[in-house]
Design a protein. Structure first.
Length: 366
């Protein structure tokens, strides 16, 4: 064993000293000369039409260097797999906390005041917040243009169920007929934030020659680079992402949030822009764990052998499905656990509502 320098040895983490001494630089710690502070204006309604946005008072406030709305950013949809979320809400908001505008100012206090001065006129619309109501054919549609979204298999019907996956094995009816005992129960899980200590943070600096440097608390820097190249319209070789220390992730930091806003604010102001979400914003507009309704039915023998297993899971994805690297969740496939069961049927339903968009928590299958 003496010949080994890792096996059988106490090997410290390479980042341990920096973290415990306070030397680790997180995105919020990065400071640049002339840096501005960005902040988003968010919707107070779960569903509304944007009638008008007046930014003149915010733009006139001393210390404000840039204000942007959907008119200042490309009309594109982003997403890890399903491309359905705009950079800024355009014409319509679909959840409380959706971004409708953003400002960049010389300090955080000025940015906060500027956001309050942006006058957004809304026409409040009916909202669907109950996932079972949203599943009905007669339900109000959260997305009228669902069939046009990239990365999404064309749904059989135009409803809020944007994806349905199903797995079968054996003969379910036969299995239940052979069972001596049948048990059935419905379980519900609530929406849960990942609980990382560091909130989402981003900063963008644009050099004189137009090259873009991004600092981000995201765990997938090359994905950030690709998205930012698309957003900016630049070749990917002109976008550099500097990964910062990540102060906790637990599945919640795989998709850009404010990085595109930082880019357009920096482009308009000519100065680097940093945005750090508050804890309130994290709970209001990040991408927590999906709430779910799970129904399980088991047919068993008196000896405990499972002969038949029927399961269904309804996942409330909220207003957007952009925050998952696949259309569905891997957990659907695992609703039968690791047991050897001869007769199985599993359904997974992924549903739009006018609630907070959801993503991963602690594991891609969650």
């Amino acid at each position: 064993m003496s010949d080994f320098y890792v096996v059988g040895k106490s090997v410290p983490r390479i980042d341990a000293v920096a973290k415990v001494t306070g030397g680790a630089a997180y995105t919020a710690d990065v400071m640049l000369p002339g840096m501005l502070y960005g902040l988003a204006k968010r919707s107070p309604f779960p569903h509304a039409r944007i009638v008008s946005i007046d930014t003149r008072k915010a733009e006139a406030l001393p210390g404000v260097k840039a204000v942007i709305t959907a008119q200042d950013v490309p009309d594109i949809l982003l997403g890890l797999r399903v491309r359905d979320v705009p950079i800024l809400a355009r014409n319509e908001v679909r959840f409380i906390g959706e971004k409708v505008a953003a400002v960049a100012a010389v300090d955080e206090e000025t940015a906060r005041e500027a956001v309050t001065l942006i006058d957004v006129q809304y026409e409040e619309l009916p909202a669907v917040l109950d996932v079972k109501e949203a599943m009905k054919d007669s339900s109000l549609l959260v997305h009228e243009n669902l069939h046009t979204y990239g990365g999404l298999p064309a749904p059989a019907k135009h409803t809020n169920i944007f994806y349905h996956d199903s797995y079968s094995k054996g003969d379910l009816s036969k299995g239940f007929a052979q069972a001596e005992l049948t048990f059935e129960h419905t379980f519900t899980t609530q929406i849960v934030h990942q609980g990382y200590l560091e909130p989402h943070a981003a900063m963008v600096d644009i050099s004189r020659d137009g090259n873009v440097t991004v600092w981000s608390s995201d765990k997938v820097p090359f994905r950030v680079r690709s998205i930012m190249a698309e957003v900016s319209g630049l070749p990917i070789t002109r976008v550099r992402v500097i990964p910062s220390f990540v102060g906790g992730d637990f599945g919640g930091k795989g998709m850009v949030l404010d990085e595109p806003l930082c880019y357009f604010l920096a482009s308009k102001s000519g100065r680097p822009v940093k945005m750090v979400m508050s804890r309130q914003e994290e709970f209001l507009a990040s991408s927590p764990r999906h709430p779910s309704i799970i129904n399980l039915k088991a047919g068993v023998t008196k000896k405990g052998e499972i002969l038949a297993w029927e399961a269904s899971a309804i996942f409330d994805s909220g207003a957007y499905a952009a925050y998952k690297p696949q259309v569905g969740l891997g957990g659907t496939k695992k609703l039968a656990g690791t047991y050897r069961i001869p007769n199985v049927h599993i359904d997974g339903y992924y549903v739009y509502t006018h609630a907070l968009p959801c993503g991963h928590c602690r594991a891609p299958g969650d």
